[in-house]
Design a protein around this ligand. Sequence first.
Ligand code: MG
Ligand code: ZN
Length: 366
Amino acid sequence: MMKANSVRTIILITLLIFPGFKAFNRSVPEKDGAKAKNIILFIGDGMGVAQVYSGMTVSNLPFTLEKFPYTGFSKTYSADSYVTDSGAGGTAIACGIKTNNGMIGVAPDGSSVKSIMEIAHQNGLATGVVSTSAITHATPASFVAHNSGRGNIEDIAKDFTKGSIDLFIGGGANHFRLRKDSVDLTTDLKEQGFAVVYTLDDLKKTDSKKIAGLLAKEHMEKASEGRAGALEIMTRKAIETLSKNKNGFVLMVEASMIDWGAHEQNADYVTSEMVDLDRAVSVAMEYASVNSNTLVVVTADHETGGMTLQEGSLKEHKVTVKFSGAEHTGVMVPIFSSGPGAEKFSGIHENTFFLDTFLQLLNLKK
Ligand code: MG
Ligand code: ZN
């Protein structure tokens, strides 16, 4: 074993010989003490690099993700599998722990682990989740609920009434109203001061500080079948509502169906959902451009389909896609970041690193 002193001497000599060589530092300089007031996190479910680039290729509008100053990668494996599901993947991002596939907001032993939303709420920030799937589905559920089984949807819906979340907009109305236990959770939500709305028009109209937007009985429709642009409106409303809180806010927006398109090995489904996500990201970037204390991060829980691009034309906005399978894969997924502390997301990270980094930037303790 070398003594610490001799190790230090060797490092010093190395630095003297190679002045450009920084021993233990990342090559991207960190702006020390960067603090964020607000965090807007986007999760493209199933969004690998090919999904992103296929969207970039077919998009007729400039692609917002291309403008992010920092990019990185996240390793998505779960506690019990090289290939994660969205429950363990969402839990890693929301709660900072690797758990087993199928689990929501709990450790492998089933014990609850606090999410970024619960910690932010305890510290007086406003919190929200937005999704194109049922709001009780694995990804948004990981930020709000605690359950060893992602399929226990009625219990998961109940967790949305427990106070840690000020706004949720997505599908899933049936899990709040048409329940086996005959309890109508929207009654409880209204008593808590939530505006409960069922259409985009009513969502736009409400000026409540607490919103339950249940815009479909189960999942919303596909972007290609009439939903296109809705995520943009939902994101805008969420930001407008949560930003009324003077202490700041944390918002998670999920594009659920990039994953579903890849499961179906349907290239048009993937690219249309990818472009739709990018439009919603542009809303956040627009807000962050005038509220520079806002960190915007876009990432994925895992890749789906082993998607690759065999041919294409950026001029003609065309791409030929091939899928290697119909399931999730273990490849790293991209991270895009912009705003205070954005440089911390560059490099290769475990998917559990988001929570601590968010808390550090928000100056919050667990
Ligand atoms: Mg999802
Ligand atoms: Zn999936």
